[in-house]
Design a protein around this ligand. Structure first.
Ligand SMILES: [Zn+2]
Length: 132
């Protein structure tokens, strides 16, 4: 889908902690704010963090898509190509995936800038905002 392709290009430009560190900006720590277990790259932030994997599993279940490992936006695009799906369904799923990425970025920013905890209601927020 066009939007996922665009999101793929944008994700490489996101100011993740790793990206900012590469530019010489001292953040003190480049560890993921949610898990504190790995450097916060775009791939970790959106696909590899254990907090995020749980959300994607729930999203796939809600969308009636077989669970799968997601490592990058291309994997999301491939998830849309499985099975006989019509274009309306794919457009809805595209909206859900983009909304999920937006909420993941928002959750990351809430932790970093508002000292919040990882939101426990992300699945609910994605469901509400995907078709808002
Ligand atoms: Zn993490």
């Amino acid at each position: 889908m066009a939007r996922l392709s665009t999101e793929n290009k944008k994700s490489n430009r996101l100011p993740s902690k790793v990206k900012l560190d590469d530019k010489g900006i001292d953040l003190g720590s480049i560890l993921c704010s949610a898990c504190q277990d790995a450097p916060e790259s775009a791939a970790h932030l959106f696909f590899e963090c254990d907090f995020v994997k749980k959300l994607w599993t729930d999203i796939f279940s809600w969308c009636c898509i077989s669970p799968r490992e997601i490592h990058n936006p291309l994997d999301l695009t491939l998830a849309l190509d499985v099975g006989p799906r019509n274009i309306s369904f794919k457009m809805c799923i595209d909206a859900v995936f983009c909304t999920t990425c937006w909420w993941l970025w928002r959750a990351r920013n809430m932790i970093n800038f508002s000292h919040s905890r990882w939101p426990s209601n992300l699945l609910h927020m994605v469901k509400v905002w995907s078709f808002h």
